[in-house]
Design a protein around this ligand. Structure first.
Ligand code: SF4
Length: 472
């Protein structure tokens, strides 16, 4: 997975736990499991029933927390967040959970996703006197809660969330309650689990596995959970809309050992590889290899279906550190070389099928193809396990603007030529839907496929801000 150099930035990850004396330590482990969803910053806010205690910082989970900081954060409940790298808006003040202290009650909030009407709501709030500190959607949510005329607090939160459009899987922590909610389209994943008597919530189920928690169910679109010492209360803040789980979670973002809405990501990726192999039936090649890590599962599926042997033709160097902070072209180029290496003995003289998950700008694919050819590959056939990405994402994935998406302005043949491949094939929309094994059609919904089809599951406002222009 080469998020940081291909222009397809990941989103964020959220984790929460209620009813465990080791809430900070367990959140730390939960964030470890979600680290792939964001590497720029991490934070945990803990409640001990009387006050909220934040621990956060910039960098990877291991950089931010240490034993001393976690030991100081005592309490029976916590919410936590990992943040993805953005073009702007860096800095500790943007690292979530955001904590708002107030005489009427402090609260912390952690959010994954992007609201499409945040600017619209913000203008409305500013006209009625609100002052904003950041460009963050999350702050809009807080102002809406504080300004709501509803009562009590639960109704305020429901009222605020009912005004939001777009993607959000969010958690709010007060000193005596944890609120969990998922947007009415279910665009971003969010699952509920249990660890003994404690409730656990996470963007991906892999966080449950790491702490030994048991998966209970996914949080439903439009659903809101209020978790207190008295247990869990299930409610809804808005009727569920057309379900639109982000298809790219299955293709690329989520960890293969996670299950999203009941579908295992590794198995979905294998089926993507199988579907692709069926769609290019008859291709002649000697070896199938996947671009690590996100395309290894699909490469295995492709090999199984096509009968062409699977091999490790590309190796990822896992210990190169954060090379994505290098901004120049030359340094980025070196970053790719540091991150990936071809296995010459596997590819030399071979007709190689190279399976990858997506093409955004095309620059990464071109470098990998060139790397394989320099290692002696006789032919490189690039197989992409998603359809051409022609439209930007407004829901929390930084796919850049349309102009930066090579497929928005180039034919498949032109892209093949640009990346230097011998052939180039993209999975069809139908193949991808079959692979995710989820019910889907334009009327009923099921998946968001907007970056491939241009059919957005929500209204898009003229002033919708793209994720890369602001926070998570
Ligand atoms: S537009 Fe694409 S990346 Fe964004 S939510 Fe939809 S499927 Fe996911």
């Amino acid at each position: 997975m080469l998020t940081e150099i291909r222009g397809l930035n990941e989103e964020c990850g959220v984790f929460g736990i209620w009813g465990h004396t080791d809430s900070a330590q367990l959140s730390y482990y939960g964030l470890h499991a979600l680290q792939h969803r964001g590497q720029e910053g991490a934070g945990i806010v803990v409640t001990d029933g009387t006050k909220l205690h934040p621990v956060k910082g910039e960098g990877l989970v291991n950089d931010v927390f240490n034993e001393e900081k976690l030991r100081a954060a005592t309490g029976h409940a916590a919410i936590a967040h990992v943040r993805y790298p953005t073009a702007g808006g860096s800095g500790i003040e943007n690292v979530q959970p955001l904590l708002f202290r107030s005489s009427t009650g402090s609260l912390a909030i952690a959010h994954n996703g992007n609201l499409v009407n945040a600017n619209h709501l913000k203008q409305h709030l500013e006209r009625s006197g609100s002052i904003f500190n950041s460009t963050s959607d999350t702050e809009v949510v807080i102002h809406l809660i504080k300004k709501s005329s509803y009562s009590p607090f639960r109704e305020k939160v429901k009222n605020a969330l009912s005004l939001l459009k777009g993607a959000f899987s969010l958690m709010i922590l007060t000193k005596d309650m944890m609120v969990v909610a998922r947007d009415r389209n279910g665009l971003r994943p969010l699952a509920l689990g249990k660890l003994g008597d404690a409730y656990v919530v996470a963007s991906e189920t892999c966080a449950f596995d790491l702490i030994g928690a048991e998966y209970v169910r996914d949080v439903e679109p439009g659903e809101i959970l209020f978790i207190t010492n008295n247990g869990i209360e299930v409610d809804s803040f808005a009727p569920a809309d057309k379900r639109a789980m982000c298809a790219m979670e299955y293709v690329y973002f989520a960890r293969p050992d996670s299950n999203i809405d009941g579908v295992n990501v590794h198995m979905a990726r294998k089926r993507m590889g199988r579907e692709l192999a069926r769609e290019v039936a008859g291709i002649e090649a000697d070896v199938v290899t996947g671009v690590p890590d996100s395309s290894l599962s699909s490469a295995i599926g492709f090999a199984e279906e096509s009968g062409i042997p699977y091999e490790l033709g590309l190796i990822k160097n896992r210990y190169v550190g954060r090379t994505f902070i290098q901004p120049t072209q030359e340094l980025r180029e070196r970053g790719v070389k540091m991150k990936l290496s071809p296995v010459v003995q596997v590819v030399k003289g071979k007709r190689v099928v190279m399976v990858d998950d997506s093409i955004v700008r095309g620059t990464t694919s071109r470098r990998i193809v060139r790397m394989l050819k320099e290692a002696g590959a006789a032919e490189v056939h690039v197989m992409i396990t998603s359809p051409p990405m022609t439209n930007p994402c407004f829901y929390g994935i930084d796919t850049s603007t349309s102009e930066q998406l090579i497929a928005s302005s180039h034919s498949i043949e032109q892209i093949r030529d640009a990346i230097g491949a011998d052939t180039l094939t993209f999975l069809t929309v139908d193949g991808m839907v079959r692979a995710t094994a989820r019910p889907f059609d334009d009327e009923e919904g099921g998946l968001c496929m907007a970056c491939f089809t241009g059919k957005y599951p929500t209204e898009i406002f003229p002033d919708t801000v793209l994720p890369h222009e602001k926070d998570c």
